[in-house]
Every structure is written in C-alpha cells, then in structure tokens.
Design a protein around this ligand. Sequence first.
Ligand code: FAD
Ligand code: SF4
Length: 481
Amino acid sequence: MLIKPLLDAGTAARNMAEKEARYAPQEALIESNRCLFCFDAPCIMACPTGIDIPSFIKKIANGNPTGSARTILTANVLGASCARVCPTEVLCEGACVVLDLEGDPVKIGRLQRYATDYVFEHQIDVLQAPAKKNGKKVAILGAGPAGLGCAAELAQLGYDTTVFDKKKEGGGLNTYGIAYYKMPPKISLDEVKMIERLGVKFQYGVEIGKDLTMPELEKNYDAIFLALGLGGANRLGIPGEDLPEVVDALEFIEWIHTKPLHEVPVGRRVAVLGCGNTAIDAVSQSKRLGADVATIIYRRGEDDMPAYGFEYELAKNDGATFHFHTIPTEVLAENGHVKALRLAKTETRDGKVQIIPGSEWTEEFDLVLKAVGQEKQSSAFEKLFPSLKLDRKGRVEHNPETMATSVPKLFVGGDCANGGREVVNAVAEGKKAARGINALLTKQNVTGPVQPSRYGAKDGALGSGFNHPIRVPELLAAMNS
Ligand SMILES: Cc1cc2nc3c(=O)[nH]c(=O)nc-3n(C[C@H](O)[C@H](O)[C@H](O)COP(=O)(O)OP(=O)(O)OC[C@H]3O[C@@H](n4cnc5c(N)ncnc54)[C@H](O)[C@@H]3O)c2cc1C
Ligand code: SF4
C-alpha cells in the first residue's frame, strides 16, 4: 500500500479524543436537577433496554452515583458504552419532555456516562452473580454486545456460561468498530472484564464452524445463543475493486482500534462509498487522522441518506465533503495502486438509480473506503445449522419475545437477528434471549420492569422500552393520533 500515517502522536490523540468531556460532579448535579422525574417517563419507553432513567438521574441528584450506576447496569450491562455510542437524539433524549418544554433535553447520555464512569474508576462492582450455580451450561457464540448482554444476564441467573469468539478480545464491533472519538476501545474492554468478574468464561481465537462444531456444542451445553453479527462489506462490482487501497471501511476502522493512532495509514485524498452511519464514521475519522480531502460518494440525494442527521452535521464540521447523486464506475490505478475514481452523475427514475449518460468524470483519490453495507452470514449459518430458518433478507427468524429460533435450544440476538441496528438493541436482545433460555430450562419466567404508559393505555400497558421500544418518530405519531 502506498498510503501512510499522516500525523504525529500528539495531534492524532487530540483529534481523536472523546467528543464530549465528562461532567464534573457539580455539572452532573445541575444537569440532573433539570429532570422532571416524570411518572410516565417517555425516555424509558424509548430505551430498548428499559433503563429506569428518572430513577438513575434522581440518584445522581442525591449524590449517589454508585446507586445510579446500579440502576443503569442492572438494566443494561453495557450502560457505559451505550452512554457514549447510543443515538440518544432519536432515543431517550429525543423523547424527553424537557426537549418540548425548553428545546434542549436532559443530557441523559452524559449523566449515564458520569455514573458508570464513577463505578468503573472506583472499581466498584455493582452487579453480582449468585455464589451457587444452577448446574446448567450455556454456550454463547460471539462476544459482541448481544453475546455479552446474554452472558451477563445468564451469569446473574446462576448459569455456567462460556463465550466463544474468533477475535483476540471481546466486545465485537463495540471494541473494534465504533468511531474512536465516540468511544475508545478501553471502555468496551473494561465492560468485558466486568462480565468476566461475574464468572463468565471467554474463549478467544475460536472460529465457530472451524474450531468448534455444532455437534460438540449440542453435546456439551444445555442451550446455545447465536450472536455472530454480520459478515464483511458488500462488493461494489466495478473494475479496480481489488486494488490494495480499496479497503472495507470496517477494516480501516479496525486499524484505528488496533494500532497506535499515529501509525494508522490514511490517504491524502480519501473517497468513502456509501452514506450510512459507517460511511460517516469512516469519513470523519479520515479527516481527523490528517486526510486533506475526505469525500462521501453517494448515489442518491441528501434526503435519502441512511445516516442520522446529527452524524451528518458532525462529518460536515470535521471538513468532510459530499458528492450526492454520484456513483463510481471504475477504480483507476497507476503502477498497481489506486490513483483515481471514475465517477458519474445519477438520477432516480421509477425508484431506480440510473447513470446520466455523458456525465462521467475522473477525480483523484489514493484511498477508497467501501461502506455500502455488510453481508449477512446466511451461507455460514446454513452450513452450521441446516434446519435454521432465515427470512428473505437473510436474518435469523426468531420469536421476538424469547429470541428462540427454529432449531431446538438455539436462541439468537443482535445484528444477525435484526439485520444491523444499534449496540443497545443487541444488548437488549441478548438479555431477552437469556430470559428465553431460562424459561426453557427452568420453566420459570423472569419478568422485566413494567412501565405504565399513556401510549399503552388504549391497549393495556406496553411494559418498559425493553419489551416494546418506541422510537421518536413513532412516539410523535402516537401522540398526534
Ligand atoms: C462501523 C460501525 C459503527 C457503528 N457505530 C455504532 C454507534 O455509534 N452506536 C451504536 O449503537 N451502534 C453502532 N454500530 C452498530 C453496533 O456496533 C452493532 O449493532 C452491534 O455491535 C451488534 O452487536 P452483535 O453482538 O450482534 O454483533 P458484533 O458486534 O458484530 O459481534 C459479533 C461477534 O461475533 C464474532 N464472530 C463472528 N463470526 C464468528 C465465527 N465464525 N466464529 C467465532 N466468532 C465469530 C465476531 O468476532 C464478533 O466479536 C456500528 C456498526 C458499525 C459497523
Ligand atoms: S422524559 Fe426527560 S424529564 Fe422526564 S424523566 Fe425522562 S429525562 Fe427526566
């Protein structure tokens, strides 16, 4: 590869520092007192893990950060990462009553970070597993947020739980994929250690299907939880795609998490193909690591992009540029290395993107990052579990209440079940699956918190966001109906 690192260690660290500073105790106190401690709190409904938000905020207001962290982590074992990586603008903070009243919501994410950082830094374990195990064994396939959510819940219910992952460390995309300025990998790795202290065993460097087969797992475990996430990047299908400087955006982001920041190679002129949240993370990090130009190339328009609006604003502030209605038709090379992209303008006719004839031009780039979606692991799953039912989008079919699949004793959660959502959805599904496994193996139900809600009043209580999370657009529709 011709690309190389561009910044010294100090500048790289400054550019990639967490985007928001942690609250000082006084700031946390002031912010927590902005909360109205709503009885019928929409923020809880909007949280897929159903954290009792007014309760944890009240504890901060009362000077009890440890109790606050206990409330958070009991509901969501990855509460420290979710405090940083959750799209709070469309979840809890988007639903906050104070947003309507004052135009500025209670900063739930930053308060959550304040409380969880407190217990991690003071090495206080607020979660505990029972001393006596129940004699049942569960195998968890994948150490990402879904696997961790399931493992932590099972450990607290008394199960002997082992997590298998092909990587060297746990956390999945939470460790290797999140934009560095949102969360450095240490936070996710500290959460893995906390789950280890609950008695969960981790076996790394184990590839399911190669190093460990299903008959072995089925023989040795009472139940299995499948949480292997998604596969690699989709292919572009254009000439030049296999040149060395055409890189999967996820691989580029993984370099950032596995090398010292000042040793991460970056192009001077970076093209990022796609306009989802992964593309935005890749373009922002390219700029922060010293690229002169970092450009998103997207075949549809600004209004169609899948990225969240606040992520788009962040990328623009970082100096990223955008070519909308543009498609790459070829990656051009010089001496075997990326030199430029051949681009064309597009228009959408009958819902289909078409190239406008004669609109092609060439633009110089030395690194091309592919962020056009991740493949599903369908063919791997079909080999592993021949009777496993997948839907037509390649997601594993499951019962949404218990996360049970079509294969007896096999449960699923996270990206491979939902097709790719957020960390918080993966943790919640892992926890739901743990309860589904527990119900199957012990015939006892663990019930979640129930939040009486006016939105559920018509048809009975909806439960907390854990049972039926409601996103801001849905919430607005419910309020207006
Ligand atoms: C670039 C990027 C940025 C993101 N940013 C955000 C964000 O800011 N906020 C947010 O909330 N969400 C974000 N997400 C989404 C979030 O990371 C995922 O929804 C979440 O990690 C899904 O968790 P999971 O456990 O289902 O899968 P993963 O996190 O993918 O974990 C799957 C695990 O399975 C392991 N595995 C896979 N195959 C095998 C095998 N054959 N054998 C053994 N182990 C295997 C993997 O090594 C991995 O550890 C982002 C996603 C991407 C791609
Ligand atoms: S909606 Fe806002 S004000 Fe009401 S409890 Fe939640 S955080 Fe507090």
